[in-house]
Design a protein around this ligand. Structure first.
Ligand code: NAD
Length: 343
């Protein structure tokens, strides 16, 4: 297996492999290990061009450094991409990838991500121990992610909007693993919740279970609510959608909600409080952290850490207010401070 080193300013280590015998073409980017081994998912995707994969792995690995630092976890930031059609992944390809991970001697720990599953991680673990997200350890991270989102909504409502949960109205876009959990937390605390999803069966089931009110996918972003909670796909906050929002704050789980950095300022100008997504949805990485802890997975400690996301969010809001910057910029500043402390 021929592994090529690539140097990019600001990144600790980047390696690429093209292995004819297994068909593996993959890149691992380790952005920063100031806080510990770099942890981040393995994305399997049929990128049209190798450079698209390269740019993705750079951007995502840096994002992981900031996510873990802000969540107060001693993990560094890393990510990997396998350039392949996910329907054609084979055990040989995954084992080849495991060898590639192993070549970094623990500097990078892979986990499930887009198009890679816990079953894939199990195969990878046959050749390397540097794998997280295995079935039976921490298990599905979604409940912890949902708890972190709920905690973020709670502090935003109570401390920034001065609305108690039993008077709060929330519009939730996407009621999958995370969104469904968020809706259950909210309704059991007396909030009025609107829900939308493209999956009508999941919607009806959840509405019956929780009393949440179904609205159409077209209306969920423009319905009058205190908080809009995006829990489906990314880039939904952009210059077309932001002017039509009728909420006081946006607090949700979806990754990369802002289409561009400028959209954070657009929200600020419109007076809508924005809770940075990578902080709000850090429950997933917190779960991995506890899964890998030497003492074994402790559900109570993991839950407390997810709830504490709310405290960090209040810290971010306070910095943003004091410095008259968007919470997104404030979150990056706080993450950088935590990274520097550990240098
Ligand atoms: P999921 O696939 O279980 O749920 C997503 C839901 O969104 C599905 O029910 C889907 O039908 C719905 N959806 C898709 N397109 C939609 C649309 N146009 N309008 C309304 N609904 C739509 O995914 P999940 O695990 O719940 O994750 C949700 C988001 O949170 C994703 O962006 C994910 O990257 C992010 N996230 C998840 C975790 C985790 O622990 N699962 C951690 C961090 C971030």
């Amino acid at each position: 297996m021929f592994i090529k080193d690539i140097t990019v300013d600001g990144y600790e280590k980047i390696i690429e492999v093209e292995d004819k015998s297994t068909g593996l073409h993959a890149i691992i980017a380790v952005h920063n290990t100031n806080l510990g081994s770099a942890v981040g998912g393995t994305r399997i995707y049929p990128y049209a061009h190798r450079d698209d994969a390269f740019n993705d792995v750079l951007r995502l690995s840096k994002g992981m450094t900031y996510k873990s630092a802000l969540a107060g976890i001693n993990f560094g930031g890393g990510k990997s991409v396998i350039i392949a059609d996910p329907s054609k992944k084979t055990p040989e390809l995954l084992r080849g990838f495991g060898e590639f991970v192993e070549s970094l001697n623990g500097k990078y720990i892979c986990a499930e991500d887009v198009n890679s599953s816990t079953a894939d991680m199990k195969i990878i673990s046959e050749v390397t121990n540097n794998v997280a997200g295995l079935e039976g350890d921490g298990g599905d991270p979604s409940p912890l992610t949902a708890l972190g989102v709920f905690s973020s909504i709670k502090v935003t409502a109570e401390q920034k909007l001065n609305i108690p949960l039993n008077e709060l109205t929330v519009a939730v876009q996407g009621v999958g693993n995370v969104g469904g959990g968020v809706v259950k937390h909210l309704t059991s605390n007396g909030a009025k919740v609107y829900i939308a999803d493209v999956n009508q069966t999941a919607l009806k089931e959840l509405a019956e279970q929780t009393g949440a009110e179904i609205v159409s996918s077209n209306d969920i972003m423009t319905i009058e609510s205190d908080i809009f909670s995006p829990c489906a796909m990314g880039a939904i906050l952009n210059n077309e959608t932001i002017p039509n929002l009728k909420c006081k704050a946006v607090v949700g789980a979806a990754n990369n909600q802002l289409a561009t950095n400028e959209d954070a300022d657009l929200l600020l100008e419109k007076g809508i409080l924005y809770a940075p997504d990578y902080l709000v949805n850090a429950g997933g990485i917190i779960n991995v952290h506890f899964e890998r802890s030497k003492e074994g997975y402790d559900v109570k400690k993991a839950q407390n850490a997810a709830v504490a996301i709310g405290d960090t969010l209040l810290e971010v809001y306070a910095i943003a207010e004091k410095e008259n910057i968007s919470p997104t910029v404030a979150a990056d500043e706080l993450a950088e401070k935590r990274l520097a402390l550990k240098k």
